[in-house]
Ligand binder design. Structure first.
Ligand code: NAD
Length: 490
């Protein structure tokens, strides 16, 4: 932690409160994961900054919630236009801050961030409410939906701008004002977004962004009595703390958490398509997507062929300098996280697992500039027991385990045999089998013969320890509004 008067070469971020950039007294170091060097100073906000942000959001609420959905939609669309107009600048910043490749940021994170605003601008125009046809005791009954007030939004480091805008867009489209906090490790694109607010015509106080750590700034948001709802994306451990901290205030909670997502590959699958997609679903964004595949169960009759072909494809998944367009993966988020991911590979070896490629097997050829970066190659492991920590815990890195199964029942039981239930993929040409298995899998999202195809109208979220509630189209609208039943006697 460092105090004021930093050398000019650092990027120094400021909080965004009431439409103004506000300097903070102390800062947190933020690292470029590809070099291991500090390059940015992030405000280390606490209760005082959160208090100012909540006051601004409360003041802005009456005016913003009074606007029609159409008026608000115009502003959201303008924000989308501005992000798109600055796409390259945002993509470079996201890559430097998070470690992901510029290509990934340019084709996934930033376009999808712009689309979040565009989607929810449009979606907010099309919701309807209920009206009872029954003339019950001479009354007409119907429902209306009203924004809740000041929304507290907390997001993680893996898809920084994408996951933050996934919350800001539906919250403000529905007429709420917000106090948001991105991860302290990836704050730069959120700060860049603040610069676009005024240009887009977002009134002061509608969107306030407070930067800082979870235990300080995050905790102050969760414990603030004037924030009646929290939308959180992050780890299951943090969600438990948030649930406890918010319980005395009876807050509305949406919790989007970790996963240990299975792929189930039947013998009749299109193996070309399956292997290409499952390599991508296992390793994209360094394996740092909550929806990444980390357990692959393969029907025994095709297991040897699948393993050989999958390992060959994984070896071609290139890891290196995130600015090099020919690389598939860049650096992991932090030194600590790299060490944690590596420790799972060491644990696998100590338990008799076989590491077919990646960590400890393949050397990375890194340019001098990135010699101290947090890189790890795509790693494939077999031979693990289902009860091993490697098969049970979220690793959140470029590591996937492959294991055989004999029957459909066994595949489903293995797929469901963890405490998580976020997503799953099923590979088969038999439509009946696909339906049966999708229905039995305990996961909020099941992709069959594809991965990460996202229709934002559909409910997104997990079951078991992967979350509480759903977000997306109508579900986000329901979360960010309160429903009221109105009865009129005529
Ligand atoms: P994390 O839980 O450590 O942090 C997430 C956010 O919560 C950060 O902004 C952090 O500062 C804040 N935070 C930490 N402690 C807090 C506290 N006590 N009170 C309030 N806020 C607090 O998670 P992470 O390491 O940033 O992200 C990785 C995790 O996120 C993985 O488990 C991943 O699966 C999950 N994730 C889930 C989804 C999903 O949609 N289900 C999407 C992306 C990531």
């Amino acid at each position: 932690m460092s105090k004021t008067s930093e050398p000019r070469s650092y990027l120094v971020l400021e909080n965004y409160i009431r439409g103004q950039f506000v300097p903070c007294q102390s800062h947190i170091d933020s690292y470029d994961p590809s070099t291991g060097e500090v390059y940015c100073k992030v405000p280390d906000s606490g209760e005082e900054e959160v208090e100012a942000a909540v006051a601004a959001a409360k003041d802005a609420f009456p005016g913003w919630s009074d606007r029609s959905p159409g008026q608000r939609a115009q502003i959201l669309n303008k924000l989308a236009d501005l992000i798109e107009a600055n796409l390259d600048e945002f993509a470079q910043a996201e890559s430097r801050d998070q470690g992901k490749t510029i290509t990934f940021a340019r084709t996934v994170d930033i376009p999808r961030s712009a689309y979040n605003f565009r989607f929810f601008a449009s979606s907010a125009l099309h919701h309807t409410t209920d009206c009872s046809q029954m003339d019950h005791m001479g009354c007409l009954n119907y429902t209306i939906r009203c924004p809740v007030g000041v929304a507290g939004l907390i997001s993680p480091w893996n898809l920084p701008l994408y996951l933050l805008t996934w919350k800001i867009a539906p919250a403000i489209a529905a007429g709420n004002t917000v106090v948001a906090k991105p991860s302290e490790m990836t704050s730069v694109t959120a700060w860049m977004l603040c610069k676009l607010m005024q240009q887009a015509g977002v009134p002061p106080g509608v969107v306030n962004i407070v930067f800082g750590t979870g235990p300080k700034a995050g905790n102050a948001i969760v414990g603030h009595p004037d924030i009646p709802l929290i939308s959180f994306t992050g780890s299951t451990a943090t969600a438990q703390l948030i649930t406890e901290r918010s319980a005395p205030y009876c807050k509305k909670l949406s919790l989007e958490l970790g996963g240990k997502n299975p792929a189930i590959v039947f013998a009749d699958a299109d193996l070309n398509q399956c292997i290409e997609t499952t390599v991508r679903s296992s390793f994209s964004n360094q394996g740092e997507i909550c929806l990444c595949t980390s357990r692959i169960y393969v029907e025994r009759s095709i297991y040897p062929e699948f393993l050989e072909r999958f390992v060959a494809a994984a070896k071609k998944w290139k890891t290196g300098d995130p600015t090099d367009d020919s690389n598939n993966n860049g650096a992991l988020i932090s030194k600590e996280h790299l060490e944690k991911v590596r420790s799972f590979v060491a644990l696998a070896k100590s338990e008799g697992g076989v590491v077919h490629c990646g960590e400890g097997v393949d050397q990375l050829d890194l340019p001098e500039r990135t010699a101290n970066g947090y890189f790890m190659p795509a790693t494939v492991i077999t031979g693990m027991s289902d009860s091993s920590r490697v098969m049970q815990e979220e690793i959140f890195g470029p590591v996937t385990c492959i294991s055989p199964f004999s029957t459909e029942d066994e595949a489903v039981s293995k797929g469901n045999g963890v405490r998580y239930g976020l997503s799953a993929t099923v590979w088969s040409r038999d439509v009946g089998k696909v339906h049966r298995v999708a229905r039995r899998l305990q996961a909020g999202l099941v992709w069959t013969n594809c991965w990460l195809v996202r229709d934002l109208n559909l409910p997104f979220g997990g079951m078991k320890n992967s979350g509480v509630g759903r977000e997306g189209g109508k579900d986000s609208y329901h979360f960010f509004t309160e429903v009221k039943s109105v009865t009129i006697k005529h």
